[in-house]
Ligand binder design. Structure first.
Ligand SMILES: Cc1ncc(COP(=O)(O)OP(=O)(O)O)c(N)n1
Ligand SMILES: Cc1nc(C(=O)O)sc1CCOP(=O)(O)O
Ligand SMILES: [Mg+2]
Length: 219
C-alpha cells in the first residue's frame, strides 16, 4: 500500500497508553478496525528495547489491517521494526537522510507548522506528506503554534504530495479539515481519548466518504 495515495485517518498513539502495552495494542487494534489508514507510534517515554518490541508488534498489526505504521522521531527504530516510514519534526534529523536510509517506497512525513516554505523544503528533501498544525486547541500538545486551514488549501493546490492536518481535530471538525484540502487527518485525543475508540475512528473515516458535507468550522 506504500505506493498508493495516502488518505484517511492517521491515528497517533497517546502518551497515556505507552506504559501499558496491552491497552495500547488493544486501542490501536480498535482504531484500525474503525478505519485508521495510518498509525503513528509516538512514544517518548519507553526504553529503547520496549519501543522496539512495540513498534514491531504494531507494524504486524497494521499489516493485518492493510494499514501503514509510521514511527515518530526515530529512523533507526522504523528500519529495525519493519515500519512503513518515519515522521520527523524540525529537530528530529534530516529528511533527506531519512529518505536515503528508508528507500523510495517508504513514508517520510514532515512537520511544517503553518509554514509553506518549510513544506517546500521538506518536499525537496523527499517528504511523502507535509503536516500542518496545530489547527485547533490541542490537549495533547497545547503549546504547538497555531496553523490555519487556509494553509492546507494552499499546500493542496501547490504540490502533489499528501497534505496532513493535525492538532485538536475531533470527528466533528474532521470534515472541515478534509474540505480545506487535507488528505490525512491526524489525531491523538479524538481517537484514543474516546470511550469507544473503534466508533471514534469510524466517525473520522466517514469524513473521507464522498459527498460528506457535514462541515463544522470550530470557530
Ligand atoms: C502527523 C504529525 N504531524 C506533526 C507531528 C509533530 O512532530 P514534531 O514536531 O516532531 O513533534 P513530536 O510529535 O515529536 O512531539 C507529528 N508527530 N505527527
Ligand atoms: C503531536 C502533535 N503535533 C502537533 C503539531 O501541530 O505539529 S499537534 C500534536 C498533537 C495532536 O494531538 P491531538 O489530536 O490530541 O490534538
Ligand atoms: Mg518529533
Amino acid at each position: 500500500m506504500s505506493g498508493a495515495r495516502l488518505r484517511g485517518l492517521y491515528a497517533i498513539t497517546p502518551d497515556a497508553l505507552t506504559s501499558d502495552p496491552d491497552r495500547l495494542l488493544d486501542a490501536c487494534a480498535a482504531a484500525l478496525r474503525g478505519g485508521a489508514r495510518l498509525l503513528q507510534y509516538r512514544d517518548k517515554r519507553s526504553p529503547a528495547p520496549t519501543r522496539l518490541v512495540l513498534a514491531r508488534t504494531l507494524a504486524t498489526l497494521c499489516r493485518t489491517h492493510g494499514a501503514l505504521l509510521v514511527v515518530n522521531d526515530d529512523v533507526r527504530l522504523a528500519i529495525e521494526a519493519g515500519a512503513h516510514g518515519v515522521h520527523l519534526g524540525a529537530g528530529d534529523g534530516s529528511l533527506a537522510d531519512a529518505r536515503r536510509q528508508l528507500g523510495s517506497a517508504a513514508i517520510v512525513g514532515a512537520t511544517c507548522g503553518n509554514d509553506l516554505m518549510r513544506a517546500d523544503a521538506a518536499i525537496d528533501a523527499g517528504a511523502s506528506y507535509v503536516a500542518f498544525g496545530r489547527l485547533y486547541p490541542s490537549r495533547s500538545k497545547p503549546d504547538a503554534p497555531p496553523a490555519d486551514l487556509a494553509t492546507l488549501t494552499l499546500a493542496r493546490e501547490r504540490w502533489p504530495v499528501a497534505v496532513c492536518g493535525i492538532g485538536g481535530i475531533t470527528p466533528t471538525l474532521a470534515p472541515a479539515v478534509v474540505a480545506a484540502g487535507a488528505d490525512l487527518v491526524a489525531a491523538i485525543d479524538g481517537v484514543f481519548g474516546a470511550a469507544d475508540v473503534e466508533a471514534a475512528a469510524r466517525a473520522y473515516a466517514q469524513a473521507f466518504d464522498a459527498g460528506n458535507t457535514a462541515v463544522e468550522t470550530g470557530n
